[in-house]
Design a protein around this ligand. Structure first.
Ligand code: ASP
Length: 441
């Protein structure tokens, strides 16, 4: 490949190469030098750990300022309070609706395929469930007693509430408000630019994360739960490739093919970080600049989605509950299944967009239907991989909802969506500096 050809590689291809290279290198080192202390100390826990963690931290670094600034911009341009209420209502309704579909499909498949087998119950099982918060606490906690503390803790719902009130106030103080709004709009462009710069790090970050993963992932427990693993995977893929595209077509009339093409980077980031929150900067950048969603909608629906909309997580929880019931030979009634749908919807709402929390929240669902929480020990071994895939599904769901809602609110740019190259992140840092893709920059 010539230098000029390699320069033309898009970010997605670079990330894919990083991903493949990382997995290959990890597997190679693992097989050539099993249990090697040097590799463990200097690569797995050394270089790969440092680069991978820096990559995830640099994405997370942007989340709080991005959500706050972007949401203030979004709400101060929505001067009509009824519009805000309608947007909120529609968003939450759509999120709950897709989660309920995800769970229904997941549970139906689990009943049909019967992944659980009573013989698995004999393996030593121990799992200490963390206490899940009560619903009352969840509601009370939406109101921050100290917004700065909410920001330092990265408490998304509290930040959202404060930003909405702040932005709303800006839109109601006339001329002075306009000046503040202009400042926030400029800040928004700055932070979006930082996002696109940090996205350039992705191929290296993803390489390190994948190399570390393939060096450390334990495959021992894999065999016994292989049916469970592939069933969850299949339902996740069905949801991403059939359910979402159909919903997009039905509710917005837009092309699912174009959507799937443009969402790829977001899915890759989610897959590599296993965190909806860490992916949020990329999701927002893609929704606004690649898909054509207005900031007014995206700044509200996406942070909310990264916090409460977890269809992929719900799918895992639905299949896992039925699987554990089958393993322990417990028959679930129709009412139990309905209970699973309701509690798993709430559990996925309560799941934070960080790695592995979905499994902790599964304890809440199991408790609710009277299943043994120790069952979680069975599936823990394969959860890391499923976490990566379900996070990619989670962020896809947030983006589908955002596009559908933006379209229904008339806050959507059809030309941007139809243009395959719109908002493509510049290929290199130099391109980025030479050809800024920010309007009026
Ligand atoms: N890792 C998931 C996410 O960030 C949450 C989970 O299911 O554990 O979306």
């Amino acid at each position: 490949m010539t230098v000029s050809e390699s320069k033309k590689l898009g970010l997605t291809s670079k990330i894919l190469i990083g991903m493949g290279g990382g997995i290959l290198l990890g597997l190679l080192l693992r097989n050539l030098f099993p249990e090697n202390a040097f590799i463990n100390d200097y690569l797995t826990e050394g270089l790969f750990e440092v680069i991978g963690t820096i990559f995830i931290s640099s994405l997370q670094m942007l989340v709080v300022p991005l959500v706050f600034i972007s949401l203030v911009c979004g709400t101060c341009s929505l001067s009509d309070p009824s519009k805000l209420g309608r947007l909120g209502g529609k968003t939450i309704a759509f999120y709950l609706f897709t989660t309920a579909i995800a769970l229904t499909v997941a549970i139906s498949f689990a009943i049909l395929v019967q992944p659980g087998n009573a013989s698995l119950a004999t393996s030593a099982m121990e799992f200490n469930a963390k206490e899940a918060p009560s619903l009352a606490d969840v509601i009370i906690n939406i109101v921050p007693t100290n917004p700065i503390q909410a920001m330092t803790e990265g408490n998304m719902l509290q930040i959202i509430l404060f930003a909405v009130i702040f932005g709303f106030a800006i839109s109601h103080i006339g001329e002075r408000g306009k000046r503040v709004a202009a400042l926030f709009n400029d800040l928004n462009e700055v932070i979006m630019r930082v996002v696109t710069l940090i996205m350039q790090l992705a191929p290296y970050g993803v390489f390190a994360l994948m190399a570390k993963l393939s060096l450390t992932l334990g495959m021992e427990t894999f065999g016994s739960v292989i049916k469970y693993f592939f069933l969850v995977l299949a339902v996740l893929i069905i949801h991403a490739l059939i359910v979402y595209p159909s919903l997009l077509k039905i509710f917005s009339g837009l092309s699912p093919i174009m959507f799937l093409r443009k969402i790829r980077d977001v899915q890759l980031f989610a897959f590599s970080t296993a965190s909806s929150n860490a992916t949020l900067p990329v999701t927002m950048e893609t929704a606004e600049h690649r898909m054509g969603v207005d900031n007014k909608v995206a700044s509200f629906t996406l942070p909310l989605g990264a916090t409460i909309n977890m269809d992929g997580t719900a799918i895992m929880q639905g299949v896992a509950t039925v699987f554990i019931a089958q393993v322990f030979g417990i028959d679930l009634t129709f009412t139990d299944y309905l209970m699973v749908v309701v509690t798993a919807t709430l559990a996925s709402v309560g799941t934070a967009g960080v790695p592995g929390v979905g499994l902790i929240m599964l304890a809440m669902v199991l408790n609710q239907v009277g299943l043994p929480v120790e069952g979680i020990a069975l599936i823990i071994g394969v959860d890391r991989l499923l976490d990566m895939v379900r996070t990619a599904v989670n962020v896809t769901g947030d983006t589908v909802a955002t596009v559908v809602i933006a379209k229904s609110e008339g806050e959507f740019n059809n030309e941007t969506f139809a243009d395959a190259d719109a908002g493509k992140v510049a290929e290199s840092f130099e391109d980025q500096v030479k050809h800024p893709n920010v309007p009026n920059a």
